[in-house]
Design a protein around this ligand. Structure first.
Ligand SMILES: Cc1cc2nc3c(=O)[nH]c(=O)nc-3n(C[C@H](O)[C@H](O)[C@H](O)COP(=O)(O)O)c2cc1C
Length: 393
């Protein structure tokens, strides 16, 4: 999950994205929670193209020592035997105007204004040279993670960011080898995977991808294409495939239950995972979104729907939830009483509380949820301004 805890100076991009004590402390706390594999929240590979103020950044043009800076967070996450993977991203057209005046994408396009209170400048199409630069940036950042002690790198190819924009026939209107056919639209992802393997020639370094099971937009990346994509990713020796869904334009559809059958099984994308699972023999499948209780999580594993259960919002409320569940002290996450769209910005407030060793707002309590709602909706000054102003993905 995006943390928004690193340095941010709009007038000096070279000094942005440095891990702070709070960022390092957050991963130390999660490292104590028996989470299994901890994925560092999205790390942009270009300092001019952020997802939000306060993002960590690994940019090949920065002069500070990113290996040393990130190694502290990685060490904290791994201190009790967990794996640590860094999620690398480029937001493309989904970089809001508070951080980016000249966004880029696969083609000329624009993210509609007003989504989650954010506005966006029109994006121009990347040139072929710039696409090669993007590939190089991903490989550079993966190497930094490797040298910092991380167990792997995850490509963020979900939720409508740059790699997801390339995959989408709606956004990617290119007529060169990076657009058109499915093979061309997915080329950037496979070139990045190849470049990372060349730069980090260690088979133990995990390559992971987070990908949409579908965009939930007519004409966007479909579940049929995702099924083909997953087989291609396995063939490219991707170790861990995390399934999610949606873009900024369809988030509410993706992050809520669409069917009664999946509500019972909790995981939003379990039915899709069931369909593709038989075709996947080597890559590990992770399903993220919706899981809250031990029983449906165990069922998903025992029924071979996936090999890993991904958790996000529950870990903001209870950073040691897996430890409590594994020891039998808890059978599931505390129930969050906030409406779904408010849960994400509220989770940021909780992340900041964990990072700064303050009490975590307990969103299972109505009075606390009301207070947090007042902070998010601007009726009350937020404890940390970045927490509420920039809803995350
Ligand atoms: C505060 C917050 C920040 C998030 N940031 C990211 C991110 O940086 N990268 C990403 O892939 N997903 C991000 N997500 C999405 C989650 O990883 C996850 O896919 C989604 O919340 C559904 O899982 P859940 O139901 O367990 O919360 C974020 C979610 C939240 C709540």
């Amino acid at each position: 999950m995006t943390e928004r805890l690193c340095t941010w100076d709009p007038h000096n991009r070279g000094e942005c994205g440095m891990p702070t004590d709070a960022y390092i402390n957050l991963y130390k706390r999660w490292g104590e929670g028996e989470i299994g594999a901890i994925i560092l929240g999205n790390i942009p590979v270009h300092r001019d193209h952020l997802e939000a103020p306060g993002n960590p950044v690994i940019d090949k043009n920065n002069t500070w020592d990113a290996v040393a800076a990130f190694s502290l967070a990685v060490a904290g996450a791994k201190a009790h035997g967990m794996l640590c993977i860094g999620q690398l991203t480029h937001p493309g057209r989904q970089s809001p105007d508070i951080v980016c005046q000249q966004p880029v994408s696969a083609s000329e396009t624009k993210t509609p204004d007003g989504i989650m209170g954010l506005n966006f400048k029109p994006a121009r199409a990347l040139t072929e040279d710039e696409i090669m630069d993007v590939i190089d940036r991903w490989a550079f950042a993966a190497e930094v993670l490797y040298k910092a002690g991380a167990d792997g790198a995850q490509l963020h190819a979900a939720h409508g960011y740059l790699l997801s924009q390339f995959l989408s026939p709606l956004v990617n209107k290119r007529t060169d080898k990076w657009g058109g056919s499915f093979e061309n639209r997915s080329r950037l992802i496979f070139e990045i995977i190849k470049a990372i393997r060349t730069r980090v020639p260690d088979d133990k370094f995990i390559i992971s991808i987070k990908i949409n099971s579908q965009d939930f937009i007519d004409g966007g990346f479909s579940s049929e294409e995702c099924a083909v994509m997953v087989e291609k990713l396995e063939a490219a020796k991707v170790d861990l495939i995390e399934l999610s869904g949606g873009t900024y334009e369809s988030l509410t559809l993706a992050f809520e239950h669409q069917k009664e059958s999946t509500r019972r099984r909790e995981g939003f994308f379990v039915e899709f995972a069931d369909k593709i699972r038989p075709h996947i023999t080597k890559s590990i499948l992770c399903v993220t979104g919706g899981f809250r209780n031990a029983e449906p999580m165990a069922d998903a594993i025992l029924q071979n729907t996936c090999g890993i259960i991904g958790l996000a919002r529950p870990l903001c409320a209870e950073p040691d939830l897996p430890a409590k569940m594994l020891s039998g002290k808890s059978h599931g996450a505390n129930v969050n009483v906030l409406d779904s769209p408010l849960q994400t910005p509220a989770a940021i407030l909780q992340i900041h509380a964990i990072a700064e060793s303050r009490p975590i707002p307990d969103l299972s309590k109505k009075d606390v949820a009301d207070d947090v709602t007042a902070q998010i909706t601007g009726k009350k000054k937020p404890y940390h301004p970045a927490s509420a102003e920039y809803p995350p993905m």
